[in-house]
Design a protein around this ligand. Structure first.
Ligand SMILES: C[S@@+](CC[C@H](N)C(=O)[O-])C[C@H]1O[C@@H](n2cnc3c(N)ncnc32)[C@H](O)[C@@H]1O
Length: 351
């Protein structure tokens, strides 16, 4: 294998559950914010036929290129955009793609990236410490590992992996600089923690932390979730699959907040926040892959799916000029189905 060529294809996680949670319907309009190998996208297109439309986004230009070829059969129904989902609203506005019936986030990285031997995501291959989803990003894992002061490096490892041995690991990394490759880094971490004791490799958590920091994954997720709600039409679905507790916590808290009415501090005598619920949580308990799926695709084992539905609110009052333009555009574009168009007009009537 060479040139970053993947060893395997990506097996999409919880395919049936995703289609069900998105309530995919013929003629529907969907955004796949994490196109990857296109497994979910293809399933959405199949279930939304005839007339379905899919906007697929990925920060990784290689995912867009490879999956563009795979989805050739759906030409005319698919638009693929190489961008960060942190720009979700701008992307949908630019392409007149709103309101939508469903938005999917299948977070993290794909097997195509994990198994690419030159991209530095995995310590299964010796590669430069890169870990960027997009080559346009400036910061690489090597920059963090070699340039951050020890305390900052330790903080990053702790914050993005909850690794309790972060200080020991950071100290050892700083002693052994320059650190150039994945295998060198994995070896340093192994020495820092005193060898392999648990089932998972001791470098697993630190590699996760570096990847999250390089790609600012948690910040982008928080920003994109907020934008997603505004793009959903009435009864539109938001579905998120997270792979570790840090991102799952963000999703869970975000949906809980969006589903709540008053968010004033406890014991506030009279509501002063005026907060209105905008979403209804669909699955009270997180959905996980079946034991059968985990047996066939062990990489699915940590997946956690959460879904929520947009509900009508009369208080969708815009604050800024951008929001006024956006809501006006939202009203004019409408659904192609008259009943839904009426509902969305009611939902945004006060804008
Ligand atoms: C788990 S994979 C998605 C797999 C896909 N659902 C499938 O069925 O093949 C995650 C994908 O999201 C992309 N990604 C991660 N963070 C992103 C972001 N902030 N913006 C755009 N794409 C992102 C990664 O490049 C990767 O291709």
């Amino acid at each position: 294998m060479g040139g970053g060529v993947p060893a395997s294809s990506h097996v999409p996680v919880m395919l049936e559950e995703v289609v069900q949670a998105l309530a995919v319907q013929p003629g529907g309009r969907y955004v796949d914010c994490t196109l990857g190998g296109g497994g979910h996208a293809r399933q959405i297109l199949e279930h939304s036929d005839p007339g379905g439309q899919l906007l697929g986004i990925d920060a990784d230009p290689r995912a867009i290129e490879t999956t563009g070829n795979i989805l050739q059969d759906y030409r005319g129904s698919v638009l693929l955009v190489n961008d960060n989902f942190a720009n979700l609203q701008a992307i949908c506005l630019k392409h007149d793609f709103f309101p939508v019936h469903g938005i999917l986030f299948d977070l993290g990285l794909s097997s195509l990236q994990l198994d690419a031997d030159k991209r530095g995501f995995s310590f299964q291959y010796d590669a430069p410490l890169d870990m960027r989803f997009s080559p346009e990003q400036k910061l690489t894992a090597a920059d963090i590992v070699n340039d951050y002061p020890e305390a900052e490096l330790s903080r990053v490892i702790r914050k993005y992996s909850e690794e309790i041995l972060c200080r020991q690991i950071a100290r050892r990394i700083v002693q052994e600089r320059p650190v150039k490759t994945t295998l060198q880094l994995a070896g340093i971490i192994e020495k820092a923690v005193g060898g392999r004791k648990a089932k998972i490799h001791p470098a697993t958590r630190t590699f996760q932390a570096l990847r999250i920091a390089v790609n600012q994954e948690l910040d982008h997720l928080e920003s994109a979730l907020k934008q997603a709600v505004g793009l959903l039409g009435f009864e539109g679905r938001l579905v998120v699959i997270a792979y570790h507790s840090l991102e799952d916590r963000i999703v869970k808290q975000f949906l809980q907040q969006e589903a709540r009415g008053c968010i004033c501090p406890p014991h506030t005598p009279v509501c002063i926040c005026g907060h209105q619920p905008r979403m209804r949580i669909i699955n009270k308990h997180v959905i996980v892959p079946s034991p059968d799926e985990v047996r066939h695709n062990p990489r699915s084992r940590s997946a956690r799916l959460r879904a929520a539905e947009r509900i009508a609110v009369t208080e969708d009052c815009p604050d800024t000029d951008d929001e006024i333009d956006f809501l006006a555009a939202m009203r004019n574009n409408g659904w192609r189905r008259p009943a839904l168009l009426r509902k969305i007009k009611v939902a945004f009537a006060t804008a």
